[in-house]
Design a protein around this ligand. Structure first.
Ligand code: ADP
Length: 471
């Protein structure tokens, strides 16, 4: 029943209010039991009697004991109130009922400030009393036997109806206030729930920050999350568009050349061979692209199995440089290498080779005849730093931050031309370097060359920080 936050808040307030009212009612009823209406009326009578008699105290207060006694007895007979005069230290001088009623114990008179003023006589019967100071220093006491009070008397006390009405009214008012307070607290959350329910994936409008701080923080977090969701949806859409675009060109030429073979447009063996070669090259390109995409998806999803072993970095870089020596030679590019004798890191040797192959391949591809490509490595602090530098065409400043994006190619009409890939190489490089806990950065000046720096942590093969699966 009380499943919503609002109803729970309301219930909490209601329980608190009822508890407070109950406590007040209990205290009040206890007070009434202690001090019921008849006691209060009796005490009022005693006060009136005392005031009346004290108003002409000069006529009797200083009388000798016997006459004082008689005087008090006659007033007692008239007023039906026991009257006493006692010394400041509570010794009885005169008592209007001396002999006819049991003596009063004067001890409670010392505690006259107590709210419930009851004195016991020597037989243990309670008396209500009022004390007044006389001008001669003595104390005047008016007392009557405490009336008996039944439970019914207390329930029909004159204070009961206003208390009951007041309590009921307070309860109703408090419930109303509790209801609006519960709404006040819970409604902003309800707004968020409504907004979230009405949120459609394509709707990029952030929710407005309103309500209490916690709710605003929740809305802020929700807005951040939706921004990320939109970004990832956009990335997915872009990715599909890019893949389709990349496949369109080779598929069109495959279609065209196979058509030429089929309808006999490519009639002579020379043309047929050329058509077959184009089909072969394009399928090859598509094959590589699909393999790269699969690789990227595995790295991105954290499901690529990366080895963790000690890797001889100079050895690995030397092997890469050897592999690209013929390509550099035919491109007229001088390939240099500068490596320390020993530098071991931990990671997946094949994957790291893939990183440096890609960087060296790019460097050679984008460097014109007569240029230089250099590969160097050094140990810097707790990291191994590998630099692949070229004197090639460089990367425009505006393109630099995007070169790691999937399918990004700074300018495919530039050098590297036919040999350009699908723009997936650096994206894979970046994933592999990050999976090794490393960093990659690039500097470039258009027309002067580029420098890629890969920094990899030097750790023990058993260290758990390295070669992580993506979370
Ligand atoms: P691709 O397979 O097309 O080379 P990459 O992801 O390896 O894709 O590189 C992305 C883009 O970055 C390239 O198309 C190129 O424009 C630019 N690039 C990468 N390396 C270099 C370099 N050494 N010199 C100039 N441009 C480079």
């Amino acid at each position: 029943m009380f499943t919503s936050l609002r109803s729970r808040l309301w219930l909490t307030y209601a329980i608190t209010i009822v508890t407070a009212l109950l406590v007040v009612a209990v205290v009040f009823v206890v007070y009434l039991f202690d001090n019921p209406l008849v006691y209060r009326q009796t005490r009022l009578r005693l006060v009136v009697v005392a005031s009346e008699l004290l108003s002409n105290q000069s006529a009797w207060a200083d009388l000798p004991h016997n006459r004082l006694q008689t005087q008090l007895a006659s007033q007692d007979a008239r007023l039906d109130v026991r009257l006493l005069v006692i010394t400041p230290n509570r010794k009885v001088i005169a008592d209007s009922r001396a002999g006819s009623a049991p003596d009063l114990q004067t001890k409670p008179f010392f505690r006259q400030l107590k709210l419930n003023q009851t004195a016991l006589d020597v037989q243990g019967k309670p008396w209500l009393f009022v004390l007044r100071k006389l001008n001669n220093g003595n104390i005047f006491v008016s007392a009557v036997p405490r009336p008996k009070v039944s439970f019914w008397n207390i329930l029909t006390d004159e204070l009961m109806p206003p208390l009951g009405w007041g309590g009921a009214l307070a309860f109703l008012l408090a419930l109303l206030i509790a209801y609006s307070m519960a709404r006040w607290v819970a409604d902003p959350l309800q707004h968020v729930v409504n907004a979230v329910q009405g949120f459609s994936g394509s709707d990029a409008h952030p929710l407005t920050l309103q309500g209490p701080q916690e709710v605003r923080e929740l809305v802020g977090a929700f807005n951040q999350m939706t921004t990320r969701v939109h970004a990832s949806q956009k990335a997915q859409r872009d990715f599909v568009a890019d893949v389709s675009h990349e496949l369109k060109t080779p598929l069109t030429s495959i279609q065209g050349f196979s058509q030429a073979l089929l309808d006999g447009t490519a009639a002579n063996p020379e043309d047929q061979k050329q058509a077959a070669q184009v089909i072969f090259d394009e399928t090859n390109r598509m094959h590589h692209m699909v393999l790269d995409l699969l690789d990227l998806a595995r790295l991105d999803g954290g499901i690529a199995d990366l080895q963790r072993a000690q890797v001889d970095l100079p050895g690995l870089l030397n092997a890469a440089v050897q592999r690209f020596a013929p390509q550099a030679r035919s491109a007229g590019v001088q390939l240099e290498v500068q490596l320390p004798p020993q530098l071991n890191i931990t990671g997946d040797g094949d994957r790291l080779a893939q990183v440096f192959n890609n960087l060296i391949d790019n460097a050679i591809k984008f460097t014109p005849v007569g240029g230089h490509v250099s590969v160097s490595a050094a140990s810097i602090g707790a990291a191994a730093e590998v630099r692949v530098t070229d004197t090639g065409i460089g990367i425009p400043a505006e393109a630099l931050p995007r070169i790691y994006d999937r399918f990004y190619q700074a300018d495919i009409s530039r050098q590297g031309g036919k040999k350009h890939g699908a723009g997936l190489g650096l994206a894979i490089v970046c994933e592999i370097v990050h999976a090794h806990g490393g960093k990659i950065s690039a500097k470039s000046a258009l027309g002067q060359g580029s420098e890629f720096v890969v920094s990899l942590p030097v750790v023990n093969p058993d260290a758990s920080t390295l070669v992580q699966r993506k979370k």
